[in-house]
Design a protein around this ligand. Sequence first.
Ligand code: HEC
Ligand code: HEC
Ligand code: HEC
Length: 462
Amino acid sequence: MNKKPLLFLLAAVAVFLPLSNLLGLSGENEPIVAVSGTTPNFAKTTQIFQNKCVDCHSPGMTRMPVYAKLPIAKQLMAQDISNASARLILSKALYSGEEKFTPLALARLEGAILNNSMPPHLYLSMHWAAKLTPEDKQTILAWIAEERALLPLSKDTTKALKGEPIQPLPLKVSVDPQKIALGKKLFHDPLLSADNTMSCSSCHDLTKGGTDQAKVATGIKGQQGPINSPSVYNAMYNLAQFWDGRAKDLQAQAAGPVANPGEMGEQWDHVVSKLTQVSEYKTAFDTLYGQQSLTKDTVTDAIAGYEQSLVTPNSRFDKYLRGDKAILTANEMAGYDLFKINCASCHNGPAVGGLSYEKMGVKQDYFKLRGGPLTETDNGRFNVTKDEKDRHFFKVPVLRNVELTFPYFHDGSVANLAEAVRIMGKVQKNKNFTEEETNNIVAFLKTLTGEYQGKSLAPLTK
Ligand code: HEC
Ligand code: HEC
Ligand code: HEC
């Protein structure tokens, strides 16, 4: 949206209308008090939300300023409300305390507070009283920390750090060991491909951070794919699978590569008949799935079960979160501080990502910066929803073990982690990090390298 016309319009209106009129909000909904059982910080936070935020973030319940009735202003405000609601809806159930904010909403709120980005500057030029005071900010941040401390995910975090946007990965997984064993065998079995040459692990090598460390994947007969292979480690934390989220879960995902002519190029009924001839498989499926035995569904279920065990806990950062205060260096801590301000609104939660779809290029055009022709995969989430608003949106990648999952981005266009960090700063935040800042963020990101089955995934050269 071009903001200049609105600014001029507002300035013009301001000349003609008494200020009190402009600031007076004419609406039906009276401020409401937080429901009982909420904390003093929430009681204050909800008043701030109702006084300073709901006008744009509660569609249908907004109190419109007088100028909003003017034709152009009306349109521009509708645009604001629509953009604001796409990012955060402050429903009455939420601001009354009846419903809990999601971890993602908390991360976005924290980002907006730390960046001083809300309410928008243009709005503040008219509604100066809506500016957040330092005390408001402190209150909101304290409330966010309290909310996060209540999340089951935070149970392993040491008390003082329960308010952080990242939580430690669990040390144990609760998946049936028999299912894990069967899924593991299938994951590594080339019988799942048409020419019996390629398994899931060909592109998701567990010694390479769960990826192939190649720009794009190579399928059977040397076919080059259109997109970079993401990691299978910690993929269970993704809100959906694939860069564009087209598979709703791990089981649905596992059906894809087998039948994809450019990847494993096999037909599922062939896979089932090939596996049925292996007596070991037949017995394992009979034991685990009984009557259902060996079908496409049980094969993908076993693989998904195995993938639920591909969790990489006990990284240095996790040890920090669990209470080892001295484990991080000053540079790593400085990097984490920068990460919280600039990155954690999108990369958060136990996997440090995977919880939302976000635009690649919020502030600057990534694709122009990259150069080269736009491909179909560059459309991202748009390919699934066909909604123009989703063009160039991608599932936020998990940043666990990110030092091993190069090259970076859906197009695999960046080989170096520092370069990926610089690009993120630029295109997502309009920031040019200094070399020192970039190095510190990279140092922090390397603390996210964890362990699989008690062994560090870190490169041996260290
Ligand atoms: C004049 C309208 C307006 C007001 C008032 C307003 N916002 Fe927003 N808000 C927006 C718009 C537009 C966006 C989406 C575009 C953007 O992020 O700049 C947004 C986005 C956000 C986001 C999402 C940030 C992200 O990570 O994408 C948060 C969180 C947020 N607002 C919080 C607040 C809070 C808290 C207040 C009150 C202190 C507030 N907003 C007041 C218009 C508003
Ligand atoms: C030819 C290489 C190749 C093979 C073989 C392959 N994958 Fe993948 N995998 C990819 C690529 C490329 C993507 C990303 C595709 C996309 O997002 O459009 C992907 C995505 C995934 C994802 C989603 C991760 C995320 O963050 O969204 C999972 C999980 C996964 N694969 C598991 C498997 C399993 C299980 C198998 C075996 C049944 C398998 N893959 C076989 C290349 C491969
Ligand atoms: C607005 C949301 C958002 C913000 C803010 C953000 N990222 Fe990202 N990040 C993404 C998305 C979406 C992708 C995937 C983009 C793609 O592949 O085209 C991504 C990709 C990455 C990757 C590549 C991971 C991989 O496996 O390919 C790294 C590294 C990364 N981000 C680090 C950062 C850092 C460091 C910051 C802060 C300076 C940051 N991000 C801020 C959304 C965000």
